[in-house]
Design a protein around this ligand. Structure first.
Ligand SMILES: Cc1cc2nc3c(=O)[nH]c(=O)nc-3n(C[C@H](O)[C@H](O)[C@H](O)COP(=O)(O)OP(=O)(O)OC[C@H]3O[C@@H](n4cnc5c(N)ncnc54)[C@H](O)[C@@H]3O)c2cc1C
Length: 570
């Protein structure tokens, strides 16, 4: 039987793409490698009775039009507000921002009256930036190198909207694209802890520090969400983030899509430069008019295809695409609630995010260690306790605690130990990297000999994270214990996820949480490869629809929807 479309990957973007294609009457099959749907937006019962959002844990960016089009609430999706961010400080003080504007003003004024004033101004400025950027999320990026009038018109419309902004907003926009998060925030605020905790959303999913140029944009990326029309608010999904994916899957099935789990794709089948289907790891071949991959470009083009079928400069672009995973996750099943020294007891401050980001220097030092191949000894941690808002995820009186951690560099430097073989002490680039010819020696385009396709230096990386996983978990617990000393006594079970585990479990190359860094050179018409940012690929009938395409990562659904629209327009 031949399908109109086969979608590789049952993450939320693959499912969204499938749902829109099926809604348009196409015969669609989704193939997911794991036993469970959702990819990085997944709920799993890791410990009996405790349901974890194993990877992604908060929702904000999911496009409201997708919620409406697919009627996700009818399929079981419910978003619950997450109220505020509590930042404990080592000196016993704290900063606690909530969704109530006046309360937050008062909380900031305790640290600086000027900052309380500036907080309003900053909020207004970011809303303007968000308004400018939002329509871009749902557009297929134009190709600036092409003279296609439709693309030129779209570029023109962005230019017009830019010109229509107030001069100060235009300046802010340029600064957002070029500055580091802390430098950008310095223009508004003087309180160190406020800048530290706000700058944190500028580094998520990047291998950059809070002062690195480009991180101001990532602030905006995390600022653009809305829940029920409330701009920039974050929420929890009842039943974990997997419930979002399951609702999208139910909508897709409702439109007639077929979804298979435990169906790993091994190869994309092509004939005369055209995708004709896929081959599964078990040897089955399935035919389709088009194939849509929601998995990152390294897997799609370097692992599942013979790169000789692709133009050399495209392959080079895929190789250059940066992953550089930098995050880890520690999920805890707890016997009770942690009590923070700076605000003891089980108060409402535990219902929002708890951010371990006490100072700008703390954040920058955390990055310093990662730059040299070590996980941060005192990392930035973003904690949520979803069971306080959604009791369905833990037994009565017990809690689940999700700790997102940065930095955990994928390329982890080996720790020296007595009796190590020389291989463990060698931190030089892996053989595949060492063997790569210098750029000037490389032949151009199609004449290039095939380069090695293995993930660089995977062998030594595998050793190292497997060896240091529990030490990383201990570091996270020790860091939390400095602020909430009772945490150790509460832990019933812990799951430690390193970037290597994210690569193994979710197929996220180098463990990058967004299927590739959200850095300027990898955004909009440059994502994932310049010239191929329109969900199309050099292979006819082969499309991309995951977070590695515009507008990037997060539980957003936009790549999946945009790709489906592009396919349906063909
Ligand atoms: C630790 C972590 C924390 C995060 N936190 C947040 C957060 O709080 N909020 C937020 O908005 N975003 C967060 N994100 C990012 C967000 O979860 C992702 O950007 C998003 O879920 C990616 O969706 P996707 O559908 O594009 O890709 P994926 O979720 O990566 O889906 C790809 C799917 O393809 C499957 N696959 C891989 N190989 C094969 C194969 N050979 N055959 C068939 N199927 C295959 C995978 O199993 C997976 O299901 C986080 C991500 C991680 C990892």
């Amino acid at each position: 039987m031949k399908y109109d479309a086969i979608v590789i990957g049952g993450g939320h973007n693959g499912l969204t793409c499938a749902a829109y294609l099926a809604r348009a009457g196409r015969r669609v099959l989704v193939l997911e490698r794991r036993h469970v749907l959702g990819g990085a937006a997944v709920t799993e019962e890791i410990h009996p009775g405790f349901k974890f959002s194993v990877a992604s844990y908060v929702v904000s960016l999911l496009r409201p039009e997708i919620i409406r089009d697919l009627d996700l609430p009818r399929h079981g999706m419910e978003l619950l507000p997450l109220d505020g961010t509590f930042t404990p400080m080592p000196n016993g003080d704290h900063l606690w921002r909530v969704n109530d504007h006046e309360k937050t003003r008062r909380a900031i004024a305790r640290h600086s009256r000027l900052d309380a004033e500036a907080y309003d101004e900053y909020g207004r400025a970011m809303v303007e930036m968000g308004r400018f950027a939002k329509p871009i999320l749902s557009m297929t990026p134009p190709d600036p190198t092409s003279l296609d009038p439709r693309g030129l018109l779209e570029l023109l419309s962005i230019g017009r909207r830019f010109r229509g902004m107030r001069a100060q907003d235009r300046l802010n926009q340029v600064q957002l694209l070029t500055m580091g998060a802390v430098d950008f925030l310095d223009q508004w605020f003087e309180t160190d802890v406020l800048k530290a905790t706000m700058s944190a959303s500028g580094i998520i999913g990047t291998f950059l520090g809070v002062r690195s140029p480009g991180t101001a944009y990532v602030l905006l990326h995390h600022y653009m969400g809305e829940i029920d029309g409330s701009f920039r608010s974050w929420g929890l999904s009842r039943g974990g983030t997997g419930a979002v994916s399951n609702a999208i899957a139910a909508a897709a099935r409702g439109f007639g899509a077929e979804i298979r789990t435990q169906a790993p794709v091994a190869r994309i089948v092509t004939k005369n430069g055209r995708a004709t289907g896929v081959a599964l790891e078990n040897g089955d071949e399935l035919d389709a008019d088009i194939v849509v991959s929601s998995v990152d470009p390294r897997h799609t083009f370097l692992h599942w295809m013979d790169e000789k079928e692709l133009p050399g400069d495209f392959v080079e672009g895929v190789r250059r695409y940066k992953f550089r995973g930098s995050s880890g996750k520690v999920n805890l099943a707890l016997d009770g609630l942690p009590s923070f020294t700076s605000l003891p007891g089980a108060g409402p401050h535990l219902r929002g995010a708890i951010s371990i980001s006490p100072s700008v220097e703390y954040m920058e030092r955390a990055y310093d260690e990662a730059k040299y191949g070590r996980f941060s000894r005192r990392p930035y941690i973003d904690i949520v306790i979803p069971s306080l808002t959604d009791p369905s995820v833990a037994p009565p009186g017990k809690h689940v605690m999700s700790c997102f951690v940065q930095y955990a560099p994928y390329d982890l430097r080996p720790e020296r130990r007595d009796g190590d073989s020389p291989e463990h002490r060698d931190f030089s680039p892996g053989p595949e990297r060492r063997d790569r010819p210098e750029r000037r020696d490389r032949p151009e385009r199609r004449d290039r000999p095939a380069l090695r396709t293995e993930v660089p230096a995977l062998r030594s990386v595998t050793h190292e994270w497997d060896r240091q996983r529990e030490a990383f978990g201990d570091t996270v617990i020790d860091t939390i214990a400095e602020h909430a000393p009772n945490i150790r006594d509460l832990i019933l079970h812990r799951q430690v996820l390193t970037p290597l585990d994210m690569e193994r479990d979710f197929g996220l190359s180098e463990g990058n949480i967004f299927q590739g860094e959200l850095t300027l050179e990898q955004l909009f018409f440059l994502r994932p490869v310049p010239g191929w940012a329109q969900y199309t690929t050099p292979i006819r009938g082969l499309y991309m629809c995951g977070s590695a395409t515009h507008p990037g990562g997060g539980i957003m659904g936009a790549p999946g929807k945009n790709a489906a629209e592009k396919i349906l327009r063909r």
